[in-house]
Write a protein that binds this ligand. Sequence first.
Ligand code: BES
Ligand code: ZN
Ligand code: ZN
Length: 500
Amino acid sequence: MGNSAISVKALKIELSKIKDNALLVGFFKDRLILNAELKGLDRKFGGIIDSCIKDNSFKGERGELKGIYTDKSIKNIVLVGLGEEDKYSLEALSAIIADSSKRLRDNGTESFSIFIDSFKNSKFQDKELVEKITLSILTGLYKFIEYKTKDKDKIKYIKQATLITGSGNDFEKEIKYASVVAEAVNKTRDLINTPPNVATPEYVAQYAKELASKTGLKCIVFDENQIKKMKMGCFIGVAGGSALKPRLVVLEYYGTDKKQKPVAIVGKGITFDSGGLNLKPYPYILNMKDDKGGAVASIHIIEACARLKLPVNLIVITPLCENMPSGTSYRPDDVLTAYNGMTVEIKNTDAEGRMVLCDALAYAAEKKPQAVIDIATLTGASLVVLGYVGTPYVCTNEGLRKKINNSSAKSLEKLWEMPLWQEYEESLKSDVADVKHIGDEGEAGVITAAMFLKYFVGEIPWAHIDIGTTVWSKVDKGMLTKGATGATVRLMIEMLREWK
Ligand code: BES
Ligand code: ZN
Ligand code: ZN
């Protein structure tokens, strides 16, 4: 993993006694003053902080960084601008900490300390602060270097981040929690970033199996023959075009009374989506290794829940296959029979995600879970509705909707609900089969895809999260690093942490 070497720890120590390469101190633009502790520190370093404020070379603008080189016990005192206090939030904090960590790393710093009291605000609690700071450092510093062979010794790393705490708390629990979440996010990124010639359905299934045995999860991997016998006709149809055989992975975690119904998570696992016979043209065919993002996130969500011993029962179901063009591919106009017996008319082989999910969702529903949540890189249309900023979702149940919105706010992963108005069903009417899998004009793409999936979950409370756009980042900014983002991992763990 790109940053497995970093460790975050908390330390109760007077500021003037710190020995480190750098110390981050936060300042609000409208409160550029030194408290008693900072005054003590400043005195030790000859008043350099105070003079930076007085001569206006540091203004406290949001995201501003002013490094003061001392070559003493703290080699660099870094003043960090937090902007105006009333506009400050945990989101602003997370972005600032992640960007500062990246800057320090890229400048060759190997360790740094953070004076966390200076990043505080009356709006949030110390525990949240520590959790978010830890998470921002660990996810912000992520890099994917697995396939680099040259100049590996020149790659810069941060090895240690120390949270300097003034209060009596040791924050061990919060740091541990955030570290497990960050590891789940970063391992999700690693596996999604792994190229499609390596991360095949078999590879991902084997990966899940190994992770399950390390974590004590129950894991069953179904092979092609078993999937055929189970009559998952849609999944088998999609997988048919590839020389690689499909796998269905089922993982189970019991964190509470076994009699309590589980929450089911279904993840789309297309290890490469070429579009099939409706082949994607260049450049749309690029990055289609990220089409396994839902499955990979699901696997790491259940792993993290088990490591954190969250009091909830979970079942994860991930259909894994490739979508490829060949003489054995499924075709437009084919009619496939799903696991629940419904017949589906194919119109575009590139709308394969809903075809593997419909079987997996029907299978999940059969387990009578208390709720089903699917995570899928389902549509390019997700870019149209919310851009790169947020993730569209749909939901059929008020309680589940509240949970999602609440954990979205807490995890800082932005989600927005789309409606499931009945009119959208019209476009899925088929002349020959029970349903068509897409509408004729591609209108309301996120919703019609969801409308199709809805046929397979029955009455069970259900949410569908479309990470088609947010699975991938084009920028290195804040907690994002170019490549896979680990979308939904923070959200889902937050939701399951408080599941009732
Ligand atoms: N995996 C894609 C969705 C996707 C496209 C995600 C681009 C991220 C970026 C999915 O299988 C797909 O191709 N969907 C089609 C559906 C269409 C044919 C109805 C789409 O969204 O274009
Ligand atoms: Zn597709
Ligand atoms: Zn796809």
